[in-house]
Design a protein around this ligand. Structure first.
Ligand SMILES: Cc1cc2nc3c(=O)[nH]c(=O)nc-3n(C[C@H](O)[C@H](O)[C@H](O)COP(=O)(O)O)c2cc1C
Length: 197
């Protein structure tokens, strides 16, 4: 089985990078394969061009999507699961990943007369500086889940899960205290990604 990982963090000096590595280790230890798009490293273009906007706005499948968008869509359709790994920025995914959705979830691929396959699994692993209590009490966690699961992934994956690793701010001692425990949980998520339920 193959997992397509969409990874989005500007720095290798990050906890999120360790989430990526632990997850890949889990998937490969279970005998499966990972394909990764590292959006910052690829310098993935997040902005829609005007032509792309007009294509989607008019529900047209012409002109053809750009080569970088096509490459992402081909990776999706060659995979069994899609996994998003990113830090929460202003209660959302980083702008580069939001732009990835704007362009890759194109008309005729992700909606309309859809050519995107229905993947077996969708998984979101994100790190958040704030404590989970704050994210729950303010409704921010629900809003992040609603957007990722209830809009972007809905109907496009058979099973979906949103996992947040909270209190990862560098000024919070829990970042270090929970480090190993969190990465172990990530590793197990990778290992069990394709396990039968
Ligand atoms: C521009 C920016 C915006 C952020 N916005 C939020 C936020 O809205 N909510 C939150 O919980 N953490 C927020 N954070 C904290 C990051 O999520 C946190 O730094 C990250 O998860 C720590 O992991 P890292 O070592 O992988 O960067 C923000 C950080 C940055 C740099």
């Amino acid at each position: 089985m193959k997992a397509f990982i969409v990874y989005c963090h500007p720095s290798e000096n990050s906890f999120t990078r360790h989430i990526r590595d632990a997850f890949i280790q889990g998937v490969t230890d279970a005998g499966h394969e990972c394909v990764i798009s590292d959006l910052y490293r690829m310098d993935f273009q997040a902005d829609m061009t005007e032509a792309e906007y007009l294509r989607d706005a008019h529900y047209r499948t012409t002109p053809d999507v750009a080569a970088d968008v096509r490459a992402e869509q081909e990776k999706i359709n060659a995979s069994d699961a899609i996994v998003f790994i990113y830090p929460v920025f202003w209660s959302e995914a980083p702008a580069k990943l939001v732009g990835w959705f704007d362009r890759v979830w194109s008309y005729g691929f992700a909606y309309g007369d859809r050519t995107m396959k229905t993947l077996n699994k969708g998984l979101i692993l994100c790190s958040a500086g704030n404590p989970i209590d704050y994210l729950e009490e303010t409704g921010i966690l629900d809003s992040m889940k609603k957007v990722m699961l209830g809009d972007r992934l809905t109907g496009r994956v058979k099973q979906a899960e949103f996992v947040v690793f909270d209190s990862t701010s560098r000024e919070n001692p829990l970042r270090e205290e929970n480090w190993d425990k969190n990465l172990k949980a990530v590793y197990e998520k990778g290992k069990s990604l394709f396990a039968a339920k």
